[in-house]
Design a protein around this ligand. Structure first.
Ligand code: GMT
Length: 374
């Protein structure tokens, strides 16, 4: 079958949807397709120089008439331009707001026969947060109904979208995947950089620190873990940690928490970690959990949203009720005091990640979808 020409739009900033979209674009290009990223900045994990991968920046003009700079219109114009100039088969947008609306507008700007198919992938708060907002919900619903295909990164998110947005059309579930690079530094080198004692386990948390991640609960849980000198929490921060500094001091855990902002070599830290810890109040999937699983690490997490589709309680780690700081602390303690349980969970987690959530398991699902709507 002939290779496809695929436009991808996503948020280029640190977040799961941009990470997934970037990895998908790179995998599609490696599989012979021509991939065009369209966004206001180059996606932060997009490696330079890969063949068949292109980046088209969207220029936003801040006219004094506008109280707020508009992104949707210049994005739609750039989408139409790239679709026309490169004869795109598909425009695949990640995170519905405002990408799906811009794509529908771009498609409508083009003459019949020159219009790309629009595939919208829902990632989470586009439905669960913005979908509930009366100022966004109807526009999101319209864009989803007008898309040629809609996917969600978990069955939970699919169901939430049907429920919250009354979207009466099929939504395909295509789970996220991860295709991490091999770690560059050894476990020992990373632990040395972090000044971890041999007796200290490394708990890792990767996130953009947005409110939905409940970093306050994460810190509360960590403060309850005993013995307190048995671990360090390493936060790979994709957002500002400063708002949590007072809580760290108040809980007396400043010597237990290490923050590394804007880390790009996450693989080194995941490989060096002993377990992952997540406390979100909502997650359509939680890529951070999957990334730790890929490296054979168990996770302790709140059992919210699509997380139980990623890891199974008692097989790949520990799941506790949403908001349960004590439950998270007890889960961490159970894994810290039992290395063989960590090993068993980690091995099963790695097998699950590499079998169900690898690029080879997932990317062909997107390729088949593109050809189905094409
Ligand atoms: O929905 C968001 O908050 C944005 C997105 C992001 O960029 O961080 O996170 C969502 O997409 C990720 C990739 O599909 C999922 O792993 C996250 O669970 C999901 N976040 C939420 O649902 C809160």
């Amino acid at each position: 079958m002939r290779p496809l020409k695929i436009g991808i739009t996503c948020y280029p900033s640190v977040g799961g949807s941009g990470i997934l979209a970037t990895a998908l674009g790179e995998e599609l290009a490696q599989r012979g397709h021509e991939v065009h990223f369209i966004s206001y900045e180059r996606p932060f994990r997009l490696h330079a120089g890969a063949p068949r991968l292109h980046f088209h920046p969207v220029v936003i003009n801040d006219y004094e008439l506008f109280k707020y700079p508009d992104y949707t219109l210049p994005l739609s114009v750039k989408m139409a331009e790239v679709a026309r100039d490169h004869a795109l088969d598909v425009l695949h947008v990640h995170y519905a707001v405002p990408h799906a609306t811009a794509a529908i507008l771009a498609r409508d700007m083009l003459p019949a026969g020159k219009r790309p198919r629009v595939v919208t992938t829902l990632h989470g708060t586009d439905t669960t947060l913005l979908g509930r907002d009366a100022g966004y919900g109807p526009a999101i619903r319209h864009a989803l109904m007008q898309s040629d295909a809609v996917t969600a990164v978990s069955a939970w998110l699919r169901d939430e979208t049907h429920r919250l947005l009354a979207v009466d059309r099929p939504i395909d579930v295509i789970h996220n995947f991860t295709s991490p690079r091999a770690p560059v530094r050894s476990r020992e080198e990373v632990r040395r950089e972090l000044s971890l004692r041999d007796s200290e386990a490394m708990i890792v948390h990767l996130s953009n620190l947005r409110p939905v991640k409940r970093v306050d609960l994460l810190l509360e849980a960590v403060a309850r873990v005993q013995p307190r000198e048995a671990f360090k929490l390493v936060i790979l921060a994709g957002g500002e940690f400063a708002p949590f500094a007072d809580q760290v001091r108040r809980l007396g855990i400043a010597d237990r928490v290490i923050v590394r902002p804007k880390v790009f070599d996450v693989e080194d830290y995941l490989h060096a970690a002993d377990l992952g810890l997540y406390s979100s109040e909502s997650e359509s999937f939680c890529l951070g959990i999957l990334e730790a699983m890929w490296f054979g690490r168990p996770n302790v997490s709140t059992a919210v949203g699509g997380v139980p589709e990623v890891m199974i309680h008692g097989e790949h780690g520990v799941l506790v009720p949403c908001g349960d700081a004590d439950g998270l602390a007890r889960g961490v303690e159970a894994l810290l005091r039992d290395p063989s349980k960590r090993e068993t969970f980690g091995t099963a987690a790695q097998s699950r990640a590499r079998e169900h959530f690898s690029a080879d398991a997932i990317v062909p699902r997107y390729e088949a979808l593109y050809r189905r709507v094409g």
